[in-house]
Design a binder for this molecule. Structure first.
Ligand code: SF4
Length: 336
């Protein structure tokens, strides 16, 4: 895998939203929603993008899909740059990147039967012709997401939330996508249904070799699905590593605080909770230095002045913090 170019490469991605005001409607401020995010995803890999609400993770997904135009940075799909090509040339590539949103009900046309919802991408991308072939492809998609074939004749409101999300996944699979962006795709579901959809995505990944960008605020959910995790805070990635390392040896104080809130299945296990004080600062006027310094229990003078680089702290493990952990549970400043 190491010699192969990743399926998706995101380099220095930025999305700033200007705020206009004053008598002349000039730009008076900027929302730094995404501010220099870089990662890649290999074929068949799941990368989870996690962080609190408003950290910019969904904006990353929308900028990759060009549902909003990036302010800067580069995005490559299979080596082809896609962030700056005209939208008309992007269309065939859209076949390869699909999205599943949080609210399946609002993303499914309530007046269309499931058969027609799933037929639409097949017809648009010229993947099936004639009623019999389309029906056959739709029936196979229903099998793939473990829904009964005869349910294709029903309307979205006749399904439960979990079943509607299965339809959303089937629609994403219809064009033959090899990367699916799941934007809080299980957040609105009950706990048991969440687990079923996560299991389905995991099975589909194995069966179809799909790559997933799994955007979620819930670290407990990504633990069962992901290969690697990127933790975002105020528009930037602050830690990036594989799942096992993240859950066993996270480095960044923000990641440690998020992990401390994840329930532990063993009732006898005790995980000391790190309570973060203060609110998430505004992305309009992010703090100087390390943007986490206003809430970090370890913040010291340097943190308020100097922004930490995302640096290598272990094999395949990067963290943006001026401190290092040493045996005995101590933290020490990294020399300048
Ligand atoms: Fe905390 Fe400083 Fe590390 Fe930022 S750089 S996470 S403020 S210790």
């Amino acid at each position: 895998m190491s010699n192969m170019r990743p399926l998706l490469e995101v380099a220095g991605l930025k999305k700033h939203f200007p705020i206009y005001g004053g008598m002349f409607g000039t730009e008076t401020a900027r929302v730094y929603a995404v501010d220099g995010v870089s990662f890649d995803i290999a074929k068949g890999e799941t990368l989870s993008l996690v962080g609190e609400s408003g950290c910019g993770k969904s904006t990353v997904g929308k900028a990759i899909l060009r549902l909003i135009e990036p302010t800067g940075g580069e995005v490559y799909l299979d080596g082809q740059r896609i962030d700056n090509i005209p939208l008309v040339r992007l269309r065939p590539l859209r076949q390869r990147i699909q999205v599943v949103f949080q609210d399946p009900f609002s993303s499914l046309n309530p007046r269309m039967r499931v058969r027609d919802i799933l037929a639409e991408p097949l017809i648009n991308f010229g993947l099936a012709h004639g009623r019999a072939e389309i029906d056959d492809r739709v029936a196979k998609l229903m099998d793939t997401v473990r829904l009964p074939r005869d349910a294709m004749r029903r309307f979205p409101h006749e399904f439960s939330g979990g079943q509607r999300q299965r339809i959303g996944i089937a629609r994403a699979l219809a064009p033959g996508a090899d990367l699916i962006i799941c934007d809080e795709a299980v957040s609105a579901l009950d706990v048991s249904v969440k687990a079923q959809i996560v299991n389905l995505l995991s099975d589909l990944q194995d069966e179809l070799g799909l790559a997933l960008l799994f955007i979620s605020h819930d670290l407990a959910i990504v633990e069962h699905l992901t290969h690697r995790v990127a933790v975002m805070y105020l528009g930037k990635i602050v830690e990036l590593t594989d799942r096992r390392t993240l859950f066993a040896k996270s480095h960044h104080p923000y990641t440690r605080a998020l992990l401390s809130a994840v329930p532990v299945p063993d009732p006898d296990a005790v995980r000391s909770r790190v309570i973060l004080t203060g609110d998430v600062p505004s992305p309009i006027n992010p703090p100087s230095g390390c943007s986490f310094h206003t809430r970090c229990p370890f913040a010291y003078d340097r943190c308020r002045i100097e922004e930490p680089e995302l640096r290598t702290v272990g094999e395949g493990h990067q963290s943006a913090c001026h401190l290092d952990h040493v045996p005995g549970g101590q933290v020490v400043p990294v020399p300048r």
